[in-house]
Design a protein. Structure first.
Ligand SMILES: NC(=O)c1ccc[n+]([C@@H]2O[C@H](COP(=O)([O-])OP(=O)(O)OC[C@H]3O[C@@H](n4cnc5c(N)ncnc54)[C@H](OP(=O)(O)O)[C@@H]3O)[C@@H](O)[C@H]2O)c1
Length: 277
């Protein structure tokens, strides 16, 4: 596994983590595939993808419970991140939501707690004050945001008295490169880790057709890799970027874990950047 620094801390996190959207349900809880999800997450941990991303929203909390089961007896050295939903951004609600998440995760402390989406109807200063209290009280080690613009990252940072936001989790793949219009550069300059979600375009990359995908397939064939592996490798070539492909399926987890063992060369990277621009 390769690692990248977490924000400006002295810590590093795996360049590839385990996304849990759909594990334990989507908008509501669904236990029917829990055992499959647990097996996939455990395989990911065995393959050194020791970074799990979940959220109170996933499966209405059940995803965190499944993560807890996958982690039973193996919490050591696994970086666990969760997220608070925007409707819980009022001060007391943030504190209560974090405690509920920790209970479902079966942990006393998370590694990273993220604001899931911006919520313009609650002052960010109030939310960040609560996030700072969670760090002071030892309920999370780090504070992050998700789906924040450059301006929102700036404002959120300015609302903190001493903590530094370590990460922004945003969509980034060959087919969604909007972060390249400022968010990526800001993260690189200001020392935030960009956690790339939907790095396979929520399944649109595995299924994609057309001339750009033909080039992707040609490069994949030349390298003896799959199309998904090349697309994922392209994402993690960017400084400050780690990626969290969905980890609900053992074959997918295995395919993705291998991506950390090699590197696209400059020509292939540029060719793909041009084709998918
Ligand atoms: N912060 C946010 O707002 C936010 C938003 C979206 C996602 N996320 C996080 O990012 C993670 C990944 O994003 P995502 O789930 O939207 O999309 P993704 O990882 O880009 O793509 C997942 C889709 O691709 C399919 N797939 C095919 N080959 C795959 C492979 N090798 N590895 C993984 N999936 C493969 C999956 O099928 P199967 O379903 O059969 O596995 C699924 O349909 C989520 O699980 C979640 O943790 C965060």
């Amino acid at each position: 596994m390769q690692f990248r620094p977490l924000g400006r801390t002295l810590e590093s996190i795996p360049i590839l983590g385990l996304g849990t959207w759909g594990i334990g349900g989507e908008m509501g809880p669904d236990s029917s595939r829990d055992e499959i999800g647990i097996k996939a997450l455990r395989l990911g941990l065995d393959l050194e993808m020791k970074f799990i991303d979940t959220a109170e929203m996933y499966g209405a909390g059940h995803s965190e419970e499944v993560v807890a089961r996958a982690l039973a007896g193996r919490r050591d050295r696994v970086f666990v991140a969760s997220k608070v939903s925007p409707r819980h951004f009022a001060y007391d609600d943030v504190l209560a939501a974090a405690k509920r998440s920790l209970k479902r995760l079966g942990m006393k402390q998370m590694d990273l707690y993220q604001l899931h989406w911006p919520n313009p109807s609650i002052p960010i200063s109030q939310t960040m004050r609560a996030m700072e209290k969670l760090v002071n009280d030892g309920l999370t080690r780090h504070v992050g945001v998700s789906n924040f613009s450059v301006e929102q990252m700036r404002e959120a940072q300015q609302s903190l008295s001493h903590e530094k936001i370590v990460s922004n989790q945003v969509e980034f793949s060959l087919i969604d490169r909007s972060v390249e219009r400022g968010i990526l550069q800001y993260c690189q300059k200001e020392g935030l880790t960009l956690i790339a979600y939907s790095p396979l375009g929520q399944g649109k990359i595995p299924r994609g057709r057309g001339s750009s995908f033909k080039v992707l397939d040609e490069i994949a064939e030349k390298l003896g890799k799959s199309r998904n592996q090349v697309a994922l490798n392209w994402v993690i070539q960017h400084d400050s970027v780690v990626a969290i492909p969905k980890a609900a399926d053992t074959d997918h987890v295995k395919e993705n874990a291998e991506v950390a063992a090699w590197k696209l060369d400059r020509d292939d990277y540029q060719k793909l950047a041009k084709e998918f621009s």
